[in-house]
Design a binder for this molecule. Structure first.
Ligand code: PLP
Length: 371
């Protein structure tokens, strides 16, 4: 074969991301490239900021898509807010909380953690106890822990932080576009996401939002932001103001794709989108339980877009995933860390969350497990 791309098969993406991409988004990605300082492009950038503000429910002016995947969003939030020695509390119940700890530690922060069993949510009372006796510059938590399928109580933790000098930093990579994310109401100061989960755009951009309080912290830094590429004090001059200044060349076509993906979500209506995720999640769980399988997470903490199901005793976890991928052309995810070999992670993210996909994965699992 002369061109490797001709060998790409139509695989149904039902893992922990990337998710299915609508045709309109593929078309947007292939639109004519224009200059990153072209006045028409700046009009599109301004619209993307407005779309993101609607999606994360914020009036925060500093809301924009950072260049890079969700992890670049994580890095952007931490690197712009942390100075060496700052006290940071990270709430950990999965892979992405651990990644936050790694990122904050590398920046020279003085990091404390509270850890909770994987598959269970962060315990608000434990956080309250900690905050009653200790003071932190930042408290950070993952809203939707993609490694386990747990929804963390972001609103409740927000009430503990509210009214203090502490900044509240939230990972909304998997939650955004699939369940409600309400930045202003929940008192979130710094939030990041990614495009390839429930936004259903290919990976490559990381929406971020900083509250006025976070911006004041950024502007009051004693030291320069230690990362040039992600330094918001410079990036802001490209995304805001009457005259725009070059920082790095924006990933122009990725931004077309994000614009189109956000347009689809907002046109469908946010509440309708969340309801669609919930209904397909319920149908999937019902189907799995009918087959005698058990979910990892207790019902009230389950994420609709990431379904962690226990691998039945005696079943070859990786073997089943291989058959799904090779014979049924469906990708699902494996467990990570302590859950490796013990669960499958079935994604119903964004455009993937549709009844025909739920039926297809259930039918494929049934045939495969029946062997
Ligand atoms: C996927 C994910 C990330 C990392 O995003 P990348 O796009 O892989 O860099 C961070 N946090 C959560 C909760 C995620 O699901």
């Amino acid at each position: 074969m002369s061109n490797l791309l001709n060998g790409i098969e139509d695989i149904l993406l039902m893992g922990p991301g990337p998710s299915e991409v609508p045709d309109e988004v593929y078309a947007a990605l292939g639109t004519q490239t224009i200059g990153h300082l072209d006045p028409y492009f700046i009009t599109i950038m301004d619209e993307i900021k407005a779309q993101l503000q609607k999606l994360v429910k914020t009036s925060a002016k500093l809301t924009l898509p950072a260049s890079g995947t969700g992890s670049a969003g994580m890095e952007t939030c931490f690197v712009n807010l942390i100075e060496p020695g700052d006290r940071v509390l990270i709430l950990i119940n999965g892979v992405f909380g651990m990644r936050m700890q790694d990122v904050a530690t590398r920046l020279g922060a003085n990091v404390d953690t509270l850890e909770f069993e994987w598959g269970t949510p962060v315990d608000v009372d434990a956080v309250k106890k900690k905050l009653d006796t200790e003071t932190y510059k930042i408290v950070a938590v993952v809203h939707a822990e993609t490694s386990t399928g747990v929804r963390n109580p972001v609103a409740e933790i927000g009430t503990l932080v509210a009214g203090s000098d502490t900044l509240y930093l939230v990972d909304a990579v998997t939650s955004l576009g699939g369940i409600d994310v309400n930045m202003d109401k929940w008192g979130i100061d710094s939030l990041y996401s990614g495009t390839q989960k429930c936004i259903s755009c290919p990976p490559g951009l990381a929406p971020i939002a900083f509250s006025d309080k976070a911006v004041a912290t950024l502007q009051g830094r004693k030291t320069k932001v230690p990362n040039w590429y992600l330094d918001l004090t410079m990036i802001i001059n490209y995304w805001e103001g009457h005259t725009r200044a070059y920082h790095h060349t924006a990933p122009i076509n990725m931004l077309y794709g994000l614009y189109q993906a956000l347009d689809l979500i907002l046109a469908e209506n946010l509440d309708t989108v969340f309801q669609r995720h919930l209904e397909n999640h319920q149908a999937l769980v019902d189907g799995l339980e009918d087959m005698g399988m058990q979910m990892l997470v207790e019902k009230k903490y389950r994420l609709p877009m990431l379904n962690a199901v226990k691998v039945p005793d005696g079943v070859d976890e990786a073997g089943v995933r291989k058959v799904l991928r090779m014979e049924h052309k469906i990708e699902i995810g494996a467990g990570l860390g302590p859950l490796a070999g013990k669960i499958w992670r079935i994604g119903l993210m964004g455009h993937t969350a549709r009844p025909e996909n739920v039926r297809r994965v259930l039918a494929a699992l049934k045939t495969t497990l029946g062997r």
